[in-house]
Write a protein that binds this ligand. Structure first.
Ligand SMILES: Cc1ncc(COP(=O)(O)O)c(C=O)c1O
Length: 416
């Protein structure tokens, strides 16, 4: 496959600045009215403000959970959780294959083995059935991702995990304040992790957090993630029993995130309405397969709008289809092929193939292979999955109509 000349990956506003779009751009982000006030408090206090604690308490209250531990992102939040669970090297964690590198990093640093469950046919998410096929005597936990804001069908997953005594935890980066059967995404498992990255729905530069109702997990996560696993011993000072981490959310990020939290609920409600409206507009375009929003999703906190094309119906390739969408005005439309972790994590493929620790035997119990064939449903799905991640609360009905008309125009011009 010719991949062209690779460039360093870009993040935040920088990643969006070259797109020419007729739709509302993601940047500049809408910032909560109290952001300046909270930032000023941090400055006026000479960095002695309790902003991070204030954010943690407010977020926990909004989520109706006992604990929130703020981190500099979701990647560190999930790393802290991986360290907190304290499994053995070589233990297996079943994880969604369609996600971001940040979902997996913590597992690898803790020397666990990620086992990618396939997605359900035609869906972006894993299911109880696809997870069950991956359970072995080394499985310790299931880490689900609610990709694009579509929440996994959690009840069967929780039942399966209970039967096998597995911990379930959630990556809620793309589903903040989304609801499943009346319950908030992030409140189903033992713990959940969030991202407040600049691009995310609750965007506040780079930030994240863990939530949990489990006192022991909360204490351990705070100690492991914030206190670097250090206790202060009288007469000596700090002693470290373990490889703790230093992932504390900075006060200025906490100030921004607190302000963003104040405006998130109406934003998510609007996103839900607009995502459903746009879905209804593209549903009848021949060859376009919208992402199905399951009935159990009461509030669709859609981050990135996506659909598949039926390649049999078109003369052009999915790559060409995307290029034409961009030329017509959906500037940041693209294929999401790289979300397939077993294919895009090249270092993981090398480690497994060369049996580098923890893939050496022991601690690994068998030979792992990561490639594009590891999860065939997910691979097939992503080959024709087109999405743009600037979909946001700025969208009005007229923007949905414009997006649908562009999709319709490109489909009509390229249909067989
Ligand atoms: C599903 C998912 N998990 C994890 C991450 C990593 O989040 P962060 O950038 O806050 O570390 C992202 C960010 O893109 C994500 O979308």
């Amino acid at each position: 496959m010719d991949m062209g000349k690779p460039e360093n990956a870009k993040f935040g506003a920088d990643a969006f600045k070259d797109f020419n779009t007729k739709l509302p751009g993601l940047f500049p982000r809408i910032i909560g009215p109290n952001a300046m006030k909270y930032l000023q408090e941090v400055v006026d206090s000479g960095l002695a403000s309790d902003m991070t604690t204030r954010f943690e308490k407010t977020f926990a209250k909004e989520y109706g959970v006992k604990h929130c531990i703020a981190t500099p992102g979701c990647t560190p939040a999930l790393h802290v959780l991986a360290a907190t669970f304290g499994f053995e090297p070589g233990d297996e964690i079943i994880v969604s294959p369609v996600t971001d590198y940040g979902t997996v990093l913590g597992l690898l640093y803790e020397n666990y083995i990620p086992v990618f469950a396939d997605t359900e046919e035609g869906s972006v998410n894993v299911s109880a059935e696809t997870i069950e096929k991956c359970i072995t005597e080394r499985t310790r936990a299931v880490l689900v991702v609610h990709k694009t804001g579509i929440i996994c069908d959690m009840d069967p997953i929780l039942r399966l995990a209970e039967k096998h005594r597995l911990i379930v935890y959630e990556d809620v980066c793309q589903a903040v304040f989304g609801k499943y059967k009346g319950r908030l995404a992030g409140t189903f498992g033992k713990a959940a992790a969030f991202s407040f990255d600049a691009e995310k729905t609750l965007g506040s530069d780079t930030g994240g957090c863990i939530i949990t109702n489990d006192d022991e997990i909360a204490d351990r996560a705070r100690y492991m993630g914030h206190s670097r696993d250090a206790k202060t011993v009288p007469g000596f000072g700090r002693v470290h029993q373990d490889q703790g981490l230093a992932y504390r959310m900075p006060s200025c990020t906490a100030a921004m995130t607190l302000a963003q939290l104040e405006i998130i609920k109406p934003a998510v409600e609007k996103i839900d309405r607009m995502a459903r409206y746009l879905t209804s507009l593209i549903r009848n375009i021949d060859g376009i397969l919208p992402l199905e929003i399951p009935d159990y999703v009461d509030l669709y906190s859609c981050w990135m709008f996506g659909f598949r094309i039926d390649p049999e119906k078109f003369l052009c390739t999915p790559e060409e289809f995307v290029k034409r969408l961009a030329d017509e005005g959906i500037g940041d439309a693209g294929l999401g092929k790289y979300y397939l972790m077993p294919e895009s994590l090249k270092f993981l493929q090398r480690k497994a193939e060369k049996k580098i620790y923890p893939f050496s035997k022991p601690p690994a119990s068998f030979d792992y292979v990561y490639d594009e064939n590891t999860c065939p449903n997910a691979h097939r799905f992503l080959k024709t999955f087109i999405r743009w991640s600037s979909f946001s609360e700025k969208y009005e009905k007229e923007h949905c109509e414009l997006a649908a008309s562009i999709i319709e125009k490109v489909a009509r011009a390229n249909r067989k």
